[in-house]
Design a protein around this ligand. Sequence first.
Ligand code: PAF
Length: 277
Amino acid sequence: MQQLALRWKSLGVKVGFVPTMGYLHAGHLSLVREARQRVGKRGVVVVSIYVNPTQFAPTEDLAKYPRDLKRDLKLCRAEGADVIFTPSDVEMYPGKAAGYYSTYVVEETLGRVMEGASRPTHFRGVTTVVAKLFNIVLPDVSVFGQKDFQQAAIIQRMVADLNFPVKIVIAPTHREADGLAMSSRNKFLDAEQRSQAVILSHALQAAKAAVAKKSISAAKLKSDLQAFFTAAPLGHLDYVEFFDPKTLQPVTQVKRGAQMALAVYFGKTRLIDNAQL
Ligand code: PAF
């Protein structure tokens, strides 16, 4: 893959890159379209499909993470991706099983809160694998989804801090008809959980309405939203936070333009969503 990328570079071919963990849905495919738009017909679009073990804690769903490579390849081809890069664990982390892998990329500020607080080793795995993928694919532009807002902010920070020569594009969240953000993990929801999972996007709408005309203290809005969650008794709120979209610093007073993010468990399935209010 890296040799191919070096050849593209020498020929002046622009490379658009969409890193994924597979089990693709319409949201991923919109990222592939965005990458194509950015590099044009003469550029190449690379999609990576790799379920990265280092971003899963031992207690998390790595083994259960949904996979369907045959279907993913078909979807990528139909969407016009040029290269689908599907490395193995041994290719991505040579020597790891034998204890010879010891280099990680760690962003030290933005990753401490929200997802980072709930999943302490998660972002270290994400930044490490994305840095490795950037070094292999050598993209000019790489597209990430806004659904993983904190991940996108951390990747942007990593790229700026470590001088990666790549432009990061953040594309809007794709939603089901009822508002549920598309996610590969939605497949784990049973019918009742699926119908209650719409509470995440309803909570975002409720918060948006609440701050449309006046600001509210974050503590009051959190407690109002906790009450709101009684409408979805199968959901267990992991966190809801209000913060500055640039710095990710929590705000004590929530007004229009603040960012809200939340994570909710339905059984063992953890869903996240976010929006600018
Ligand atoms: O968002 C994801 O699917 C993953 O975190 C990513 C960026 C592909 C890294 O494994």
